[in-house]
Design a protein around this ligand. Sequence first.
Ligand SMILES: [Fe+2]
Ligand SMILES: [Fe+2]
Length: 135
Amino acid sequence: MALIKWTDDLNLNIKSIDDQHRKLVSMINEFYMHLQQKSNKELISKLIRDMKNYTIVHFSDEEKLFDQYGFQESIAHKKEHQDFVDKVNDLEYRFNTGKLVLSIEITNFLKCWLTEHIKGTDAGYVHLLQSKGMI
Ligand SMILES: [Fe+2]
Ligand SMILES: [Fe+2]
């Protein structure tokens, strides 16, 4: 069973952003599936790297919009993004150097962070972006 089920409360109703969030959810689900199947370390490591890189692309796209439209809470929002990337970098490093065994706690962390960030923090820019015509 998928770790994260896409539910309507994850939709921000801005298509380009919802599409990126859906892709992140599906990448986390794929990573989780391979962990459960005990796939080889190289594949898991690649999935972590891909997930991290796509997350960076997504964060950067959001942040460009903040700068473009003068989003008031952009500093705190960008800090949340950076803290998450730092955390994933640390997980990746520890996994790749054999210092970390991936566990359900880690997949739960990814799941909770992403869903709470979308529903809590990302939801905060919807009104502004929609008022600028983004749907
Ligand atoms: Fe987001
Ligand atoms: Fe965000």
